[in-house]
Design a protein around this ligand. Structure first.
Ligand code: SF4
Ligand code: SF4
Length: 313
């Protein structure tokens, strides 16, 4: 039997990161598997999905364009759709790894655990991304923020390849200095103040660091996770003896939009309301947070290169 040549973990990781960036990820990293296994609850560890897993790869794709933060609230709720781009990248990555390196890899489903209901994911993509060093927990319900890219969507891929792990971010960009000032004056940061469900609260210590974060997930979910509304609405429509009320529940203007969202795909049913991120200076104004900013940096780098090439010739 011919032995497979040993793979160089550093070179393999480099090829994986390059693949992800080429496909549209802004960042990619590898989480410390032992740490993920220790922190994730039983049943939700990478080894529960892939018993011989050796590495957890996490990627982040950009959130909204700069202009998207200025659309009305009723439109902003539809803007979660870049998350599917992240899933597509890691789906392709699993094929890339098996084909190029001959080692098993699997796309990590971002979905809910069917045995536990709609609020328990199979795996915590957030934990993977945090430990891979591509986002840090914010005061806005632990939404991960990146100091350069702001607000992103995350996806994970598991593999039996052994890859060098990255470290969590050394500095958490949240709270931003302007949020600390606001908190000192009125006891709330922008995300806490403008959350329409008032489900965020917390504390900032004397050094301007997070001291406590409280997130009422149920209150947030009631407003934003509309897939939970559909069965309740059906239950009420079945229970009522009043035909007019049934008509209103099933076909009234407010609820009819739920059927529309079901036909266009699940993204519309579980987008966030995004108001906490709309007012977040990291999400909206980090140095590379949106295509306007990223484009300006790339154009400046290209112009500098052209100048340097000209000077050298
Ligand atoms: S998504 Fe909306 S309801 Fe949920 S925490 Fe953010 S602002 Fe509040
Ligand atoms: S607005 Fe953003 S940076 Fe400020 S406290 Fe909230 S999540 Fe953190």
């Amino acid at each position: 039997m011919t032995r497979k040549p040993a793979l160089d973990p550093v070179a393999v990781k480099q090829a994986i990161v390059e693949y992800c960036l080429k496909k549209g990820a802004l960042v990619a990293g590898v989480a410390d598997l032992a740490a993920v296994e220790r922190i994730a609850p039983a049943g939700h560890r990478p080894s529960d999905l892939m018993p011989r897993v050796k590495s957890v790869i996490s990627i982040g794709v950009g959130g909204s364009t700069q202009a998207a933060w200025r659309v009305p609230a009723k439109a902003l709720g539809y803007f979660g759709s870049t998350e599917s781009r992240a899933y597509k990248i890691v789906y392709g990555l699993a094929f890339f790894i098996e084909q190029k390196f001959g080692v098993q890899a699997v796309y990590c489903p971002p979905d809910m655990d069917p045995e536990l209901g709609a609020r328990y994911p199979l795996q915590s993509l957030k934990l993977h991304a945090e430990l891979a060093g591509i986002g840090a927990r914010s005061l806005a319900g632990d939404i991960l923020l990146h100091p350069d890219y702001g607000y992103m969507y995350f996806a994970s891929c598991f593999t039996e390849l052994e890859l060098p792990a990255d470290k969590p971010l050394a500095e958490n960009p949240c709270p931003a200095p302007s949020c600390v000032s606001m908190f000192r004056q009125e006891g709330r940061t922008p995300c806490m103040k403008f959350c329409p469900a008032q489900c965020l609260s917390g504390d900032i210590d004397a050094n301007g660091k997070q001291a406590a974060m409280h997130y009422d997930m149920a209150a947030c979910a009631e407003l934003t996770q509309q897939f939970e509304t559909v069965p309740q609405l059906l239950r009420d429509a079945i229970a009522t003896d009043d035909p007019e009320e049934r008509e209103e529940l099933l076909l009234g203007q407010r609820n009819k939009v739920l059927w529309y969202k079901m036909t266009v795909g699940n993204g519309g049913l579980f987008a966030q309301c995004f108001e906490c991120m709309r007012v977040c200076p990291i999400a909206t104004a980090a140095p590379l947070a949106d295509p306007l900013k990223r484009g300006a940096v790339r154009r400046a780098a290209a112009a500098q290169k052209t100048k340097d090439d000209g000077d050298a010739s």
